[in-house]
Design a protein around this ligand. Structure first.
Ligand code: AMP
Length: 209
């Protein structure tokens, strides 16, 4: 599948966050949008999984926490994100996937971005009903065999999402930067909805064919 033809509005950085429950398709959509805009995707879940796979000290520190479906401590997670965002390729924007995930991390990110005179430009909220999320995660578990995709852990992660992550949307909503996107439909339909929202904000424009 090719990434849609899209570009950043000239001279405008795009600092984006995609939020949604597990199984909302945020990982896939995030990568498609970031690739089209030429900005890196920063997925804390991917960073942690890569470290676990490589057996790094960070991986060893977080493995049991992730397998239980709990959140990695904020200090550790925010440090990972700060290091990543300090790299050159994030200077013109980035798409965060899976961070911030609670109110404490929102504050950490505000401090970091504020120190660079930056802020998030848009938060894409992918809405998917709980039943559909669970169905999609079960499918992914069968396909990818993720060790944190067992039925019990999935239910636990969804309840953490509802309790800890959903409230961050209220903070961003007050800032007027949340676009709620219906996450039910085909992959292309959902990408199209996200693009329309970014275009409406002046953060992206459709490239000529
Ligand atoms: P994800 O791929 O985004 O669902 O993340 C997989 C797991 O990594 C989560 O269930 C958490 O255990 C951990 N994780 C990822 N991002 C964060 C975060 N921002 N804060 C704390 N833990 C996280």
């Amino acid at each position: 599948m090719t990434a849609p033809r899209l570009e950043r509005s000239s001279g405008t950085p795009a600092r984006l966050l995609i939020v949604g429950p597990q199984g909302s398709g945020k990982g896939t959509q995030g990568v498609r949008i970031a690739e089209s805009l030429g900005i890196p995707t920063v997925s804390t879940g991917d960073v942690f999984r890569a470290n676990i796979k490589d057996g790094t000290p960070l991986g060893k520190q977080v493995q049991a926490i992730i397998e239980a479906g709990n959140l990695v401590p904020d200090e550790l997670t925010s440090a990972v994100v700060r290091d990543r965002l300090a790299q050159d390729d994030a200077a013109q924007g980035f798409l965060l996937d899976g961070y911030p995930r609670n109110i404490g991390q929102v504050a950490d990110l505000d401090v970091f971005l504020g120190g660079r005179d930056e802020q998030l430009d848009a938060v894409i909220e992918l809405s998917v009903p709980r039943d559909e999320s669970i169905e999609r995660i079960a499918l992914r578990a069968a396909e990818q065999g993720r060790s944190d995709d067992t039925e019990e852990v999935i239910a636990h992660r969804l309840s953490i999402y509802e309790r800890e992550t959903a409230p961050i949307l209220d903070v961003y909503r007050e800032r007027g930067i949340v676009d709620e996107i219906d996450g039910v439909g085909t992959m292309d339909e959902i990408t199209e909805r996200i693009i329309s929202a970014l275009v409406a904000r002046g953060l992206a424009r459709r490239a000529a064919a």
